[in-house]
Design a protein around this ligand. Structure first.
Ligand code: B12
Length: 293
C-alpha cells in the first residue's frame, strides 16, 4: 500500500509539513519520489509514524524519540506484544491451519449466545489478525487468506440462524474503507435480532444506490472503520439518501465514533491498543528515561 503525505497526515494526525520536516531532518522515513514529483510513502513509514505518535502521546520528547532510529521504531511491535495463546493462533494462520481456529471458535460458541460470540471471540480474532499483520507477523498473503476464511466462517454462522426473506435492511462498507469484517459483524448482529438484512460488502455509492432502488429496503447501514471527516460522511449519506429514497442511512463503526468525538471536541479515541503491554516498548521508554539510548 502506498500513501501520499496527506494520507499519512490523516491517519496519524501529524500535519504534512511536520512529516516532511522529520523526513528531511531525521531521515526516519523512506518515501520514493514518483514521476509526477509526489512522494510515495510505504507501510513501514506509516508504522514508524504511528509508533512515534504513541511515544509522543506518552509525553516523550521528540529528540529522544527520533534518537531511537527508524529500525527501532519499526520493530517496536513484535512477538512480545502478543500473549502465548495469540502467538499460537498466529502460527496456525501462517500454517494455513484455519480448521483448528474454527474448532476453537466453535467450542467458545457452544457456551454463549451468538451476539456475545460475535462481540467477544469473533471480534478478538478480527483485531488479532489486524494487529499481527501490522506487527509484520503475518504477510499480506496470510492476512488475505485468513480474512477470507474468517469472512466465510462468520457468514456461515450467521446463515445458520435462519435465512430471512425479503431484506429491508442493507449493510455495506463505507465507500473507500478497506475493512470489511466490521460491516459483516454488524450484519451478523442485525440477523441475530431477526432483522431481514442483506450483506452487500464493498460497493461504490452508485452500486449501493442501484441496489437500494431495486429492492424494498427501508434502512441502509454503512460501516466505517478508518477515520473520516464528518463533512465527507454527511455528503455520502445525503447523496445516497436523496438518490435512492431510502428512509434511513445509518453510519457506525469505530471510524464513525472517531468522527463524532472529533466533531464534539472530545479527545480522539486511542487506536490499536496492543493486545498485551509491549515489553520492548516498555524497555524503550525506560531507556529513554535513563538516557541510556
Ligand atoms: C482488522 C483490521 C485490519 C484488517 C481488515 C480485515 C478486513 N477485511 O476487514 C487488515 C489487516 C486488512 C487491515 C488493513 C489496514 N488497516 Co486496519 N485494522 C484492523 C483492526 C485490527 C480492526 C478493525 C475492525 O475490523 N474493526 C471492526 C470491529 C471489530 O469494530 P467496529 O468498527 O467498532 O464495529 C463494531 C460496531 O461498531 C458495529 N458496527 C460496525 N459497523 C456498523 C455500522 C452501523 C450503522 C452500526 C450501527 C454499527 C456498526 O459492529 C461491529 C461489531 O460490534 C484495527 C485496529 C483495532 N484494534 O481496532 C485496524 C485499523 C482500523 N487499521 C488501520 C489502518 C491504517 C489500516 C491500513 C490502511 C494500513 C495499516 N497499516 O494498518 C490497512 C488497509 C489496507 C488496504 N487494503 O487498504 C488503522 C486506522 C488508523 C486510524 N487512525 O484510525 C487501525 C485503527 C490500526 C492502527 N494502526 O491503529 N486492518
Amino acid at each position: 500500500m502506498k500513501y501520499l503525505i496527506k494520507d499519512l497526515s490523516k491517519l496519524t494526525g501529524f500535519d504534512g509539513a511536520r512529516i516532511r520536516k522529520w523526513q528531511e531532518r531525521y531521515r526516519i522515513l523512506r518515501p520514493e519520489r514518483g514521476g509526477n514529483g509526489y512522494w510515495y510513502y510505504n507501510n513501514e513509514d506509516y508504522i514508524v509514524l504511528q509508533n512515534m505518535k504513541r511515544l509522543l502521546d506518552k509525553g516523550e520528547k521528540l529528540q529522544s524519540v527520533v534518537s531511537l532510529g527508524r529500525e527501532y521504531l519499526l520493530g517496536m511491535m513484535g512477538a512480545d506484544d502478543f500473549s502465548e495463546d495469540e502467538m499460537e493462533v498466529i502460527k496456525r494462520i501462517s500454517r494455513n491451519d484455519f480448521e483448528s481456529i474454527g474448532q476453537a471458535l466453535d467450542r467458545q460458541y457452544s457456551s454463549m449466545h451468538f451476539t456475545d460470540f460475535v462481540r467477544g471471540p469473533v471480534r478478538d480474532t478480527v483485531v488479532l489478525i489486524g494487529s499481527a499483520w501490522e506487527a509484520g507477523l503475518l504477510s499480506v498473503a496470510e492476512e488475505h487468506a485468513v480474512s477470507r476464511w474468517l469472512f466465510t466462517y462468520i457468514y456461515g454462522k450467521t446463515r445458520e440462524l435462519g435465512i430471512v426473506d425479503d431484506p429491508v435492511w442493507l449493510v455495506a462498507v463505507f465507500p473507500g474503507d478497506p475493512h470489511e469484517l466490521g460491516a459483516l459483524m454488524h450484519y451478523a448482529l442485525l440477523v441475530a435480532k431477526r432483522i431481514p438484512a442483506k450483506y452487500a460488502g464493498t460497493l461504490s455509492p452508485e452500486h449501493i444506490i442501484d441496489e437500494l432502488k431495486r429492492n424494498q429496503y427501508r434502512n441502509l447501514s454503512l460501516s466505517l472503520v478508518m477515520p473520516q471527516s464528518m463533512e465527507k460522511i454527511d455528503s455520502v449519506r445525503s447523496k445516497i439518501k436523496e438518490r435512492s429514497g431510502v428512509k434511513k442511512v445509518l453510519i457506525g463503526g469505530r471510524g464513525y465514533r472517531a468522527a463524532l468525538a472529533e466533531r464534539d471536541g472530545e479527545e480522539k479515541p486511542q487506536y490499536c491498543e496492543p493486545p498485551v503491554l509491549n515489553k520492548r516498548r516498555k524497555s524503550a521508554l525506560e531507556d529513554i528515561k535513563k538516557g541510556t539510548l
